[in-house]
Ligand binder design. Structure first.
Ligand code: NAG
Ligand code: NAG
Ligand code: NAG
Length: 601
């Protein structure tokens, strides 16, 4: 650190100054004086940093006790209701499973909105105690409940909804796990939250995220780590990790997340639920705290998470309404197409089990092949599809796009912050000087070309001219992918979803393993995950033989990250062309239907 270097310099100066004084030199006196000033400056700086960190730790403690209070308030509401005797403690989970049916039940008065909200509050509290999903209770949900009136209005009338932490809710922080956003309550609900409320939904809690959101390990220094409900030694995934864990644990029926490289799909797949990333601009992104929105190559989407596909479709239908088109005119005014979603004619389905860039774990590969067989047996046409130029796409387009500023925005967001341990690999890699990245590229290339290319890619774009070229490269790649798709004459695509959930502590070291997910943010294709099977002993045995691409450091780390996953859920990914969100959901529903049929038989 430069402070230490300065200190060394000053001390050596002092020594010399001392020698000089013994020889009675006036210059020596001045040197000594300057040295003392310099030492004082260095020490003050150190002290200031120390005080800053101490203050920050205290601030974190205050935020945490605020959260404790918030959860206590939630508890108190529940206790109040129970003593009033109007509440049955047992909720029938099966009865609550389908969002569409629940909405109907509330509308016709079979079950009260108040009962449902409180049932989910109870469940959410339980889930949070075990898996640390909730960052804040939204007490205004109580008032909203009392104000619900017109039962004919609103497709989501009376439905409690959980909201990812960075999605703005008026009067609450959207911290993204960052110090800079603590105690900065936002002034307005974001468009999506406004529309949810218009449709009668009741946002009731906010859920945990990774610090900066730029990770699929759900952990930050403020709220801590969210763990996987299936196995608490595994990650819940990220960045919508609090959402997925909460829904999987039964603490919410519908959640809203964001996805800029798999952030809805990773956690949904890891926690055995469904998640959908729509075409980027299909739903409004106005009023989200993202803080890296200058990055335009890999597009972010807002989307739903739920236990079944139909709930996702129903949520999309509710959100794609006049209110949203009015509140955010940049969103195309296309309502949900029920006809496409309900269609049952056989599909032409492309599939691949490996993208060639990251060799799939045996279990994720099996998930695709088994699903492929189910679809084939059900009368669909299955066509092998090879994603074009994945190495080029990952290194030259995606990494370079995400880190066109060589990580400067990411590092700036973390400036003066306590850095989450799971971000350390990213922070130390991004903050290397450019020359170091180039040297690493040079030396690593002969042994591990894939890792080496990663280092080169994150060196930054350089000039505006280069950035313009890069934008063209991204558009050209999208065209190539679409051409390959058209050439095979397919309607939808079946492919792996990374899985199973990684052991905690590995996601930060395996950013590149996101290739299966992030490619569809680059392409801006709608994509969703559906759980199809669980890891078997056989998969685990096969994993012991995993050598990946070249048995390089990434492959070895991946094997460790995946080990010990027996019984964890596995998903597949369903993809469609841009704006064919309804077709993508229809395909997801078909996969879900066939998997459920197989379970019964
Ligand atoms: C990050 O957020 C702050 C506060 O809202 C804003 O001033 C800043 O411009 C944002 N930076 C980026 C890169 O989006
Ligand atoms: C996976 O295991 C869970 C129980 O942990 C079970 O409910 C589910 O049905 C299994 N999935 C499949 C596809 O068999
Ligand atoms: C693992 O590799 C060994 C040696 O090549 C082979 O004998 C064994 O059958 C493999 N195991 C599995 C589960 O594929």
């Amino acid at each position: 650190m430069w402070q230490f270097r300065l200190l060394e310099l000053v001390i050596s100066n002092l020594k010399r100054g001392g020698e000089d004084r013994s020889s009675g030199n006036a210059v020596g006196q001045i040197q000594k004086f300057i040295s003392i000033i310099a030492i004082s400056i260095v020490l003050s700086l150190k002290l200031m940093r120390w005080l800053e960190i101490r203050n920050y730790r205290q601030m974190i403690l205050r935020v945490r006790s605020r959260r404790e209070q918030s959860l206590k308030d939630m508890r108190n509401v529940m206790d109040g209701i129970k003593t009033m005797g109007t509440y049955q403690t047992k909720i029938d989970h099966e009865q609550l499973l389908s969002l569409r049916d629940l909405c109907k039940s509330i509308k016709v008065g079979d079950v009260s909105a108040s009962y449902i909200l409180h049932a989910y509050m109870e469940k959410a509290l339980e889930a949070t105690k075990k898996f640390n999903c909730i960052t804040e209770f939204l007490p205004e949900c109580q008032t909203q409940l009392l104000e619900l009136e017109d039962k004919t209005k609103g497709l989501l009338y009376g439905i409690p909804v959980s909201i990812k932490e960075n999605i703005n809710c008026k009067g609450h922080d959207s911290t993204c796990g960052l110090k800079k956003f603590i105690n900065k309550p936002v002034s307005e609900d974001c468009v999506i939250v406004q529309v949810l409320k218009k449709q009668g939904a009741i946002p009731f809690v906010k859920t945990n995220v990774p610090q900066t959101l730029f990770s699929y390990e759900c952990s930050n220094p403020i709220y801590g780590q969210t763990v996987n409900p299936f196995n608490t030694k595994r990650t819940s995934g990220g960045s919508s990790g609090g959402e997925a864990a909460l829904i999987a644990a039964g603490g919410s029926i519908l959640g809203i997340g964001t996805d800029v490289g798999g952030s809805i799909r990773f956690p949904a797949a890891f926690c055995g639920i469904c998640g959908f990333k729509p075409t980027a601009s299909r739903l409004s992104k106005k009023g989200l705290t993202v803080n890296a929105s200058g990055q335009r190559t890999v597009e972010s989407s807002v989307g739903p998470l739920a236990r079944d596909v139909d709930s996702l479709a129903y949520c999309m239908k509710a959100l794609l309404c006049e209110e949203m088109f009015e509140l955010d005119p940049t969103v195309p005014p296309i309502p949900f197409d029920d006809m496409v979603y309900a269609d049952t004619k056989p599909l032409k389905i492309g599939y691949f089990e490996s993208d060639g860039y990251w060799i799939p774990s045996p279990s994720m590969k099996r998930a695709v092949l088994e699903t492929k067989q189910l679809l084939k047996d059900a009368g669909h046409t299955l066509i092998s599809f090879t994603p074009p130029k994945m190495f080029y796409a990952m290194n030259e387009v995606i990494f370079q796009g995400l880190l066109a500023d060589s990580g400067a925005t990411f590092l700036e967001n973390l400036k003066g912050d306590i850095i989450d341990p799971h971000l350390r690999t990213q922070v130390s890699t991004y903050s290397m000087p450019g020359i170091m990245k180039k040297l690493l590229y040079f030396f690593l290339k002969p042994f591990s070309p894939r890792v080496a290319a990663g280092f080169r890619a994150i060196g930054g774009i350089g000039s505006v001219k280069e950035l313009w070229k890069h934008h063209i490269a991204a558009v050209t790649y999208r065209e190539e992918y679409v051409n390959a798709w058209k050439h095979q004459n397919i309607e939808v695509l079946l492919c792996p979803s990374l899985g199973p959930a990684l052991n905690i502590g590995y996601a930060g070291k395996l950013s590149a393993a996101s290739s299966y997910m992030v490619i569809f943010n680059l392409l801006n294709f709608p994509a969703g995950v559906v759980p199809v099977t669980n890891v078997t002993e056989e998969d685990e045995k096969e994993l012991m033989n995993y050598t990946g691409y070249l048995n390089d450091i990434w492959d070895k780390t991946f094997k460790k990250a995946m080990a010990g996953g027996v019984d964890l859920p596995l998903a597949v990914q369903c993809v469609a062309l841009p704006w064919q969100d309804e077709l993508c959901l229809r395909f997801m529903k078909e996969v879900e239907r066939l998997v459920n049929l197989k379970k019964i038989t």
